[in-house]
Design a protein around this ligand. Structure first.
Ligand code: GLP
Length: 243
């Protein structure tokens, strides 16, 4: 595990974008595992700026997103499909046929999860996986549980996750209760994993996840075992650890 300290959200975002840009420069046809949430918005903004300056070419890049709500349309502004297009894909030259997000419109969970695992397998895995961190230690939507779940699967979201995601919806009732998420295998088999964390509210879970035992009750803790895991955080997120 490599820890990179940033002064604030802007610097965290810049550093993360620099690492992603380096990956694309080294391997123009790389497979990026991408994440949603508030944390990566700044990183995507920096990537768009690099593209607009002519420093980055997404034409050969493929993307596989971590997760999607079950039972949501792509046109719904709260869908992760919409989020990714709004925050990144519409602003760079990635090919639409190379964009992959679990299909929230498919209510057949078993079929959709199998399909998504095949998509990842057919790419030969992920070169760089970008992650945020849930307040309960979730990555993607891998929620705390009695065991790490390896394959793409359908999850019942924790109450705390529904609370955290409520800010994006008009009311709590509108937050979907289930989601499809990439499993721990695809994340752990990514050749490089990059997590970004910011803000005081992440400080406690950062300490638990990366300075406590590796347990499925804190899903992100499994990343301690990854051979190329980089954690970039701001001072507030690192305020409970000696970074
Ligand atoms: C969401 C997403 C995760 C994300 C996390 C943290 O529920 N499914 O992929 O990393 O919660 O979100 P945020 O970055 O807004 O704190």
């Amino acid at each position: 595990m490599r820890i990179i300290k940033a002064a604030d959200y802007e610097e965290m975002s810049r550093k993360a974008a620099d690492l992603i840009a380096a990956q694309i420069l080294m391997k123009p046809d790389c497979v990026l595992g991408l994440a949603t949430g508030g944390t990566p918005v700044g990183t995507y903004r920096c990537l768009i700026e690099k593209y607009q300056r002519g420093d980055l070419d997404f034409s050969q890049v493929s993307s596989v997103n971590l997760d999607e709500y079950r039972g949501i349309d792509r046109e719904n502004p709260q869908s992760y499909w919409y989020f990714m297009h709004d925050n990144l894909f519409h602003h760079v030259n990635i090919s639409p046929e190379r964009i992959n997000v679990p299909d929230g419109r498919n209510l057949d969970a078993a079929a959709e999860c199998r399909r998504y695992d095949r998509v990842i397998e057919n790419y030969g895995g992920i070169d760089l996986q970008l992650l945020g961190l849930g307040l309960d230690g979730h990555i993607g939507f891998n929620e705390p549980g009695p065991a790490f779940v390896m394959d793409t699967h359908c999850v019942d979201l924790e109450e705390s996750t529904i609370d955290a995601n409520q800010r994006f919806f008009e009311s709590r009732e509108q937050v979907p209760r289930q989601a499809y998420t990439m499993g721990i295998r695809a994340i752990m088999q990514a050749r490089k994993v990059l997590m970004i964390v910011n803000g005081k509210n992440k400080a406690e879970i950062v300490r638990k996840a990366f300075f406590g035992p590796v347990v499925p009750e804190v899903p992100a803790s499994v990343l301690q075992m990854h051979p190329d895991f980089i954690l970039i955080g701001d001072e507030e997120a690192f305020s409970e650890i000696e970074a």
